[in-house]
Ligand binder design. Structure first.
Ligand code: DX5
Ligand code: ZN
Length: 221
């Protein structure tokens, strides 16, 4: 079970301090939400920020690109120290080449699906181990602190069924409105990787919150 606090919910004036806080809290990954003001109606931060944080921790950097033109960003983020890069299936026919490019640069490739998009759109990319990570968005991306969309649970179940039936080994990640309670629901449905912004960074005792979430999802699975 992987717990990945999302930097989007941290104090934007103190990214370095917040990264160290997540690292000391023994979070497994740091989730980095990259928004371009076009694919989603918000802008976050870019590769320079990621590069500045890289020397501070050994946590895996899980880069989530909510961007219309990821092709121009892959190399900058790999150079900045990303361990995985996730793109969106909503990009359509550009997806196979983007996934190939990500993997060819030696980092893990993720594919995300937005709430209005059917999970079956992911299916063409399951063969030949094209993805390392299947990200089920449990809110409409763009902003932290939104409520979890319950109707996304069957997508997680479908992702888990495909993985089981076809002997694949991608991680099933959930992102958006993940609290202790919704994390448990997702774990029961088959998720193993939990992105959580507000519910984790909002805690004074982040280490305790991370451990509590990891213990809860491990028990639920
Ligand atoms: C949503 C982002 C999420 C966000 C989650 O656009 O992709 O990673 O940070 O934040 P919470 O956990 O607050 O919903
Ligand atoms: Zn995200």
């Amino acid at each position: 079970m992987i717990i990945a606090p999302s930097l989007l919910a941290s104090d934007f004036g103190n990214f370095a301090k917040e990264t160290l806080r997540a690292s000391k809290a023994k979070a497994d990954w740091l989730h980095l939400d990259i928004m371009d003001g076009h694919f989603v109606p918000n802008i976050s931060f870019g590769p320079q920020v990621v590069r500045a944080l890289r020397p501070l921790t050994r946590m895996k950097f899980d880069v989530h690109l909510m961007c219309s033109r990821p092709e121009i960003l892959l190399e900058p983020f790999v150079k900045a120290g990303a361990d995985s890069i996730t793109i969106h299936v909503e990009l359509g026919e550009r997806v196979p080449q983007l996934l190939w490019k990500i993997r060819s640069m030696g980092v893990k490739a993720g594919l995300a699906v937005n709430p209005p998009t059917a999970i079956k759109n992911i299916e063409p990319y399951l063969g030949k181990n094209q993805i390392d990570l299947l990200l089920v968005m449990t809110v409409n991306p763009g902003f932290g602190g939104q409520p979890f969309i319950q109707e996304m649970l069957p997508k997680i179940q479908q992702a888990a069924a495909w993985r089981r039936e076809r002997g694949l080994n991608y991680r099933i990640e959930v992102d958006g409105g993940i609290t202790l309670g919704t994390a448990v629901e997702c774990a029961k449905a088959g998720a193993d990787t939990f992105v959580s912004g507000t519910a984790l960074f909002g805690q004074r005792q982040l280490g305790r919150a991370v451990k509590k979430m990891r213990d809860a999802v491990t028990a639920a699975a």
